[in-house]
Design a protein. Structure first.
Length: 207
């Protein structure tokens, strides 16, 4: 497959945004496995999120300053925004663990975030395919992986919610706190699928 343009910097920033989202997911997983050092993990995730914001601003500024871009400007903005959203929702989920003064992780938290780590890793590969010479079949395989992981995550999310709401004698306030964290994980996962759909659309448009 051919490259879509000569301006590699656009692709590099998008790839860095995808890697940043994956780093945030990995840091979130470390948090879920180490609640004793919750504040330290959240500080790291906040730092990663700030790095992601800076990359988003860089791409937006370059789009505005460039007359001819390798992809449509709207495609670049949409991809960049969706990638930034992944990191933002991961940071928001992690921050709530501190805000709500949670002391221990529920047993379904690590499996949910493990799926988030996998789908952000696949998202990195999908974004990298935009500037590579990967063939359509290879790109298709990565996109299928993202859709499959989103489906698996969706089922795990529903199971986690069911267990959360149906556990006997649970504090209703605690239920609300954990539901917000699960919701953020689910939204971050959905954003990965949004990126996959955008990549697929771009590949078709510029094939």
């Amino acid at each position: 497959m051919k490259k879509f343009g000569k301006e590699d910097l656009f692709y590099k920033i998008l790839e860095q945004q995808a890697v940043t989202a994956h780093r945030a997911a990995l840091a979130f997983l470390a948090l879920a496995q180490d609640f004793e050092h919750l504040n330290d993990h959240v500080c790291l995730i906040e730092q990663i999120e700030h790095e992601g914001d800076e990359l988003t601003h860089q791409l937006a500024n370059k789009v505005d300053a460039t007359f001819v871009t390798p992809l449509d400007k709207e495609d670049l903005r949409s991809l960049s925004g969706a990638l930034d959203d992944i990191t933002d929702h991961i940071e928001a989920g992690a921050a709530r663990a501190v805000l709500y003064q949670l002391k221990t992780a529920r047993p379904d938290l690590v499996p949910l975030i493990n799926l988030l780590v996998q789908i952000t890793d696949a998202t990195v590969k999908a974004v990298q395919s935009l500037s590579s010479k990967a063939n359509r079949a290879a790109i298709h395989d990565v996109l299928v992986t993202i859709h499959r992981l989103e489906n698996v995550s969706d089922k795990a999310f529903r199971q986690a919610l069911g267990d959360l709401f149906n556990s006997p004698c649970d504090d209703p306030i605690m239920v609300i706190k954990w539901k917000e964290i699960y919701d953020r994980i689910e939204i971050a996962t959905d954003k990965c699928e949004d990126v996959a759909n955008m990549v697929e659309s771009v590949v078709v448009k510029y094939a």
